[in-house]
Design a protein around this ligand. Structure first.
Ligand code: COA
Length: 315
């Protein structure tokens, strides 16, 4: 089976910035509590932009970064739990708005905060069965629509944003050794659907999710490295789902990862669920912290409960 490389990256965040002090006007909290428990200082929130606007902008930047034409794209997947519509899928509207070919699969994928990594793996499999060799994978969330703004234990955590990757399939690249998993659970993290009696807002057992994450990330890293026959030293950069800076710091400390090899932008964006990993990748590339040949190990975890890890090279 052919593997994939990332050949283009893009990001998009809404203009409006909500600070911890802004939140302290809305619920009983304060900057010190939020920063010390989560590392989050600000998050971007949609006011004038839609979910679709974020997807479209991030996708255009990634396609331009890859230096390809939309007509060369062989599939489009948007990982999200917060699209503007249940139907049509955000990916279908991107087919129209980007001018993607009509004879390709375009669909949304829901695996919460693991969504981008699940979508990358699905894309790799689709491109193996396609005559076209480029794929567009987007993680995009407008979580501000799904937050209970009266619940201080969750509303401080989340933000809106999008990250996009153009990937290329080639026999020159080894099939990526992605690790994916799921343990069905609606108690730890829940967003009710359209037919539910309760309002469709996020509820979460924060401490249990924290525990789940700090156990799962090292397991995923070990499994990816074993499959890849690689060591920690082979990794140029670690990108973990940005859910809480303390979760990331805990893993860095436990596994003796050099802190400069582990990227964090949660302080600026909060938890953007499926967008957090591609947003971090796009920013790393902008900052020239990763480039051609960089090996990036990514781990995602979240609602479902789901988890996943993979190691991908940049072209
Ligand atoms: N401001 C001030 N106090 C707050 C608060 C806020 N925003 N939110 C909760 N508190 C209070 C609680 O009410 C509780 O008070 P009590 O002891 O009087 O009951 C106290 O702070 C401790 O709450 P607790 O939930 O135990 O704090 P914590 O240290 O576990 O931190 C989270 C809470 C949510 C920050 C943390 O559990 C977390 O980040 N979990 C992971 C969440 C996550 O990653 N979710 C997404 C997964 S993809």
């Amino acid at each position: 089976m052919d593997g994939i490389k990332i050949v283009g990256l893009g990001k998009s965040v809404p203009q409006k910035i909500l600070t911890n002090d802004d939140l302290a006007q809305m619920v009983e909290t304060n900057d010190e509590w939020i920063v010390s428990r989560t590392g989050i200082r600000t998050r971007h929130i949609c006011e004038t932009e839609s979910h679709q606007d974020l997807c479209l902008h991030a996708a255009k930047v990634a396609i331009a970064d890859a230096g390809i034409e939309p007509g060369q794209i062989g599939a489009c997947i948007v990982a999200t739990v917060s699209a503007d519509n249940v139907c049509p899928a955000a990916a279908c509207l991107l087919q129209r708005d980007l001018g993607l070919p009509e004879d390709i699969p375009c669909f949304d994928l829901n695996a919460a905060c693991t969504g981008f990594l699940e979508a990358m793996h699905v894309m790799e499999c689709i491109l193996n069965a396609s005559a076209r060799k480029f794929g567009l994978v987007i993680g995009c969330e407008e979580l501000s629509h799904l937050v209970n703004w009266e619940d201080r234990s969750t509303c401080i955590l989340f933000g809106d944003g999008a990250g996009a990757a153009v990937v290329e399939s080639s026999s020159e690249y080894a099939f990526t050794d992605t690790v994916l998993g799921c343990r069905g659970d609606e108690a730890l993290l829940h967003i009710p659907g359209a037919g539910a009696a309760e309002p469709s807002v996020i509820s979460m057992e924060g401490t249990a999710v924290f525990r789940f994450a700090v156990e799962m990330i090292p397991k995923c890293i070990a499994q990816v490295l074993e499959k890849k026959q690689a060591t920690m030293e082979d990794v140029d950069c670690f990108v973990f789902h940005q859910a809480n800076a303390r979760i990331i710091d805990h893993v860095v400390h436990k596994l003796h990862i050099p802190p400069e090899k582990c990227f964090k932008n949660i302080q600026e964006y909060g938890n953007t669920s499926a967008a957090s990993i591609p947003l971090a990748l796009a920013e790393l590339k902008e900052l020239k912290k990763i480039g051609p040949g960089s090996k990036v190990l990514m781990v995602g975890f979240g609602g479902g409960m789901t988890w996943g890890g993979t190691m991908v090279e940049l072209a």
